[in-house]
Design a protein around this ligand. Structure first.
Ligand code: GLU
Length: 415
């Protein structure tokens, strides 16, 4: 298997070919603008010292400051962060947000450290990358294993260094500290919204539609909650890194979330009818499958066995190289990551706007503005799909690339 970045380029390349993209702009978009690797020491609780490796990659800033989350995971690598930054450029553009794309990460298993150690790791990392971040330059946010508390430390670290409280430097902060209402559930809310739209487009009734979700982190949890509570779908299977559970009558997502918080995993959830393997969850006979874990989890071999009619990519890059072709051929509708999980960065944008104006919105305002933007982006992508007779991923790339290309042409190439 090639690198994740190469696989991301191939998917973009399909759109670039189809839309006849100017070769100069294609070259620009194939390369990240800036890549920062930091290695930094942190004192542990027992006074020993560990050195961590972190990254911040800014892929493109044609449409505005760079934007994207920071993840904490043992498998974080430059290739992964580059890919995630690349996707952010297109995600922001497909949503019509005035941002470029960025991403960051630390090679760390956060479960192995105390809260105080994590605070020191977070603060030192943010201090190391603050040479390229800022409210007008690059605005980090949560991603896998990073929380509103960590965003508060990031914001405070930056603020202590510049000498004033800079709320707009980070999004996903706690409400009451410059955070936005609705940000925590925003990605799941966006996933739920586009799932309902995709079902409608397929002539499927979302009410009582069966849904399997891979991954029960922030995205999987709120997608399950909102799809069941607001759209009437039945969440019949859910997995996390420790195992998968099945209930044909549908899980109570709220209870399942509580169980996950208390036990750290849903693998032994007592109200499940049976346990299943993660492989069985991915290939089970459901209407909708939502991969909401990590990238490359659906290999071409698994794609051949998938029975879902719709796949909604809650995670970034869950379909490995070659899986798209198999699923497209088999008529599975794929709502691509850059559209499906864009609810998070959209409410991050609302948060940034609120911070810059020091004027905060009600939850209903946030949710309705988010839904409106998700509906618009879905509609534009769908129309582009029809226009080019292509799949939704390629269509979303075309919509996004047109916007980045326009800005690049108008700005010109410096000097
Ligand atoms: N990490 C999220 C993503 O992949 C959110 C990024 C943000 O809010 O800036 O879209």
């Amino acid at each position: 298997m090639g690198s994740t970045y190469e696989s991301a380029l191939n998917k973009f390349g399909k759109a670039a070919d189809l839309m006849n993209l100017d070769p100069g702009i294609r070259k620009i978009l194939e390369h990240p603008k800036r890549q920062l690797i930091v290695e930094f020491p942190v004192t542990m609780d027992d006074d020993s010292v560990e050195v961590f490796t972190g990254y911040r990659v800014q892929h493109n800033v044609a449409l505005g400051p760079a934007k994207g989350g920071v993840r904490y995971h043992p498998n974080v690598s430059l290739d992964e962060v580059k890919s995630l930054a690349f996707w952010m450029t297109f995600k922001c553009a497909v949503m019509g947000l005035p941002y470029g794309g960025a991403k960051g990460g630390i090679e760390i298993d956060p479960k192995k450290y105390s809260k105080k150690e994590l605070e020191r790791v977070s603060r030192r990392f943010f201090s190391e990358i603050s040479i390229i971040v800022g409210p007008d330059r690059d605005i980090p946010a949560p991603d896998v294993n990073t929380t509103p508390d960590i965003m508060a430390w990031f914001m405070d670290t930056y603020s202590m260094n510049v000498g004033y409280s800079s709320m707009g430097v980070v999004t996903g902060k706690p409400v009451g500290l410059g955070g936005s209402q609705g940000r925590t559930e925003a990605t799941g809310r966006g996933v739920s919204e586009v799932t309902a739209l995709a079902a409608k487009a397929k002539g499927m009734d979302i009410k009582n539609a069966t849904v399997a979700i891979e991954g029960f982190g922030n995205v999987g949890q709120y997608a399950a909650l909102l799809l069941s509570k607001e759209k009437g779908a039945k969440i019949v299977a859910v997995s996390d890194s420790k195992g998968a559970v099945y209930n044909p009558n549908g899980f109570d997502a709220e209870e399942l979330m509580k169980y996950k918080v208390e036990h750290g995993t849903i693998a032994d959830y007592p109200k499940a009818q049976s346990k299943m393997s993660n492989h069985d969850l991915k290939t089970m006979d459901v209407d909708v499958f939502i991969p909401a874990a990590l990238e490359n989890s659906i290999t071409p071999e698994i794609a051949k066995e998938i029975k879902a009619k719709i796949i909604v990519e809650g995670a970034n890059g869950p379909l490995a190289e070659g899986a798209d072709e198999i699923l497209n051929e088999r008529g599975v509708l794929i709502v691509p990551d850059i559209l499906a999980n864009a609810g998070g960065v959209t409410v991050s944008y609302f948060e940034w706007v609120q911070d810059l104006q020091s004027f905060f919105w009600k939850k209903t305002q946030v949710n309705s503005a988010l839904e409106e933007m998700m509906d618009k982006a879905f509609d534009e992508t769908w129309k582009t799909k029809e226009k080019y007779s292509t799949d939704m991923r390629t269509a979303a790339y075309i919509v996004a690339t047109e916007r980045v290309a326009y800005a690049t042409r108008k700005r010109g190439i410096y000097p």
